[in-house]
Design a protein around this ligand. Structure first.
Ligand code: AMP
Ligand code: ZN
Length: 437
């Protein structure tokens, strides 16, 4: 039998701050106990004199725990952060690392169940119910946006159409045939799809769309409004990252005034981006602790995402604190059509090729509503005197290698040695022509 939207869990969603904080400390002790079973955290926590989870008495002890970074996860690849027996792991997901090594997270069945529950709560929070038809246009695979939302959406009772990303013609046909009411996609894809509606022989009146859940990439309030106006729907911001399971970390409710961080599942801190001291007001870097995934516990994770807490109570009555939309990042990670890429990954790939010179430039721009990546690289001048077929072969080789590694199909252009701009001092390797949000 279908669930009857029980995922509006009033008791948890409207807990007082004191109740929420004591629940967090209880769950924190449990997660620290799991963390102490990993090679990585055993060493790290022992180094601050923490060898027993019972020693965590309150938030003061919690704040003594050193931050965890993406590099820590990368260095622990593949199993250094695993806290359970491999036979208890039922799923893994991965995200880009700063270089070729990805960051990997593992889930036990209990971990997946807890995540599913929190995602179900998130979609219900935007007003979805079991009468909705939900089309999930996020990639199913190592990226968490597909499978992560899938199970939560099912659990909320919606009928889920697991289309995954791409193939706009098919997306539109399914939206029409099954009268999809809710879609989950990146904002840039929804803008792109709008322009295909007529080109593919459809009209907006063929559809029954009411809502979009949008996330995975930074976007402005104007972009949300544009999506809402174009399709005549409501769009809700959804925030997550694979290190914290994926989607379902923070979600907007029907009031669209900041995203509620589910504080029974995560501890959210905002730290000053320079001193790294926790702050209650103003913008800083979001630091998150996952309280619900025991197979790969991650404590005080520096997300590199910049945001601030929304002050005051939300009109919906939920007490879980809200964060504002993500303003940017403190590192150089690029998000290109929802896919994360570090410039260092690109450098690592191209510099391995013997034909490549010393200078390169990464450009990101808009092509229509989608992002476009162009990699310009200097090559040894000899290449230009050779047969043009060799030139094209080299271009093809660079394109293919990049595509296989970063999962994005770039434009590649080859330039003579010394022809790309050289900057005084620190080299500028990345130019982002997209509007800043
Ligand atoms: P991943 O681990 O591959 O899911 O990527 C997570 C990153 O995507 C986050 O750390 C953010 O930088 C970005 N991201 C995810 N959701 C949003 C959102 N709603 N708004 C802005 N950035 C987002
Ligand atoms: Zn609310």
């Amino acid at each position: 039998m279908k669930h009857n939207c029980s995922f509006r869990d009033k008791k948890i969603e409207t807990m007082s701050r004191e109740e929420l904080e004591s629940l967090q400390i209880i769950k924190l002790r449990e997660i620290v106990a799991s963390a102490l079973k990993t090679d990585f955290y055993k060493e790290r926590l022992n180094s601050i004199g923490l060898s027993d989870a019972k020693d965590i008495k309150g938030f003061e002890d919690f704040r003594k725990i050193p931050f965890t970074t993406k590099d820590d996860l990368r260095n622990a690849f593949p199993y250094g952060m695993l806290s359970v027996d491999k036979k208890d792991v039922v799923r893994m997901h991965a995200s880009s690392g700063t270089t070729g090594t990805p960051t990997v997270i593992y889930f036990s069945q209990d971990d997946l169940d807890a995540w599913t529950e929190i995602v179900a709560r998130s979609v219900v929070c935007t007003g979805c119910s079991n009468s909705d038809v939900f089309q999930n246009m996020m990639t199913y695979g190592l990226f968490t946006g597909g499978l992560g939302v899938h199970y939560g959406a099912e659990k909320s009772g919606m009928m889920v159409i697991p289309t995954s990303s791409g193939n706009t013609m098919r997306q539109l046909k399914l939206m029409k045939d099954f009268q999809t009411t809710v879609v989950h996609a990146t904002p840039s894809y929804l803008l792109h799809m709008f322009h295909q509606v007529e080109a593919e022989g459809f009209s907006l009146s063929d559809f029954n769309l009411k809502k979009a859940l949008i996330g995975a990439e930074p976007h402005s309030e104007d972009t949300r409004k544009k999506i809402e106006a174009l399709y005549g729907i409501d769009a809700y911001n959804s925030y997550g990252l694979s290190e914290m399971n994926g989607p379902g970390v923070a979600f907007e409710c029907e009031y669209k005034d900041g995203m509620h961080v589910w504080e029974d599942g995560y501890i959210a801190e905002i730290v000053d981006r320079y001193t790294l001291n926790p702050i209650d007001e103003g913008e800083g870097e979001l630091v998150l602790t996952n309280l619900i995934r025991h197979a790969t516990p991650i404590l005080r994770y520096r997300t590199r995402d910049l945001t601030e807490f929304v002050s005051g109570d939300c009109a919906c009555g939920r007490t879980h604190r809200r964060i504002k939309r993500i303003k940017g990042r403190t590192d150089d990670m690029l998000i290109i059509n929802g896919v994360n890429v570090f410039p260092s990954q690109i450098e690592e790939i191209i510099m391995k090729l013997p034909e490549i010179g010393n200078n390169y430039l990464i450009e990101v721009s808009k092509q229509g509503d989608l992002d476009k990546l162009t990699v310009k690289t200097e090559v040894n001048n000899q290449i230009f005197t050779d047969d043009t077929r060799d030139l094209n072969k080299l271009k093809g080789k660079i394109k293919e290698t990049l595509k296989a590694t970063i999962f994005i199909n770039p434009e590649v252009s080859l330039h003579e040695t010394g022809s790309l701009p050289v900057t005084q001092g620190k080299a500028v390797r990345v130019i982002d022509h997209r509007d800043s949000n």
